[in-house]
Design a protein around this ligand. Structure first.
Ligand SMILES: Cc1cc2nc3c(=O)[nH]c(=O)nc-3n(C[C@H](O)[C@H](O)[C@H](O)COP(=O)(O)O)c2cc1C
Length: 139
């Protein structure tokens, strides 16, 4: 299984989570082709990856109107690939993951579901996400 981790990060939390997620995937036997921001995607790595892990931060009015933050519309086409979303948040992610799944499906991916990581628990949350992901991903 090969994967790429793509992230959108404003203040660094999601970038740090993406790095931990990549490390955990490697520890779990997944070949990570690249970890890149959504503004600088390694398209060769994306082409080789069977699994796309996409993360962003939660934007909203803290308890209302939450959505994937930043330049998420730049998420590329990924027809036929499995994809998993994660977001980092402060208080409440709302429906951000469901919106990310719609975005991934719009790009042709098969969404596997997602995981919300509290910004105060970036490492533990990233590890739990990968544990769950490895349980559902098709080898
Ligand atoms: C403009 C703005 C709006 C935000 N809105 C929410 C929100 O509605 N709910 C929430 O739980 N966190 C909210 N946050 C917190 C961020 O989602 C959180 O700090 C996240 O980890 C930031 O990720 P980053 O460091 O990768 O940019 C908001 C942050 C910003 C800058």
């Amino acid at each position: 299984m090969s994967a790429i981790v793509i992230y959108e990060s404003l203040t660094g939390n999601t970038r740090r989570a993406a790095a931990t997620i990549a490390d955990e995937l490697v520890a779990g036997g997944v070949g990570v082709e690249a970890v890149c921001p959504v503004t600088a995607i390694d398209y060769g790595a994306l082409a080789r990856a069977e699994l796309v892990v996409f993360g962003t931060w939660v934007d909203g009015l803290i308890l209302f109107g939450q959505r994937p933050g930043g330049r998420v519309r730049r998420v590329p086409a990924m027809a036929g690939k499995q994809a998993a979303a994660f977001c980092t948040y402060a208080v409440d992610p709302g429906h951000t993951l469901a919106k990310m799944d719609l975005l991934l499906a719009d790009r042709g991916a098969e969404p596997l579901g997602g995981f919300a990581i509290n910004r105060r628990k970036l490492v533990d949350g990233s590890k739990e996400f990968v544990d769950r992901l490895l349980g559902v991903v098709q080898a």
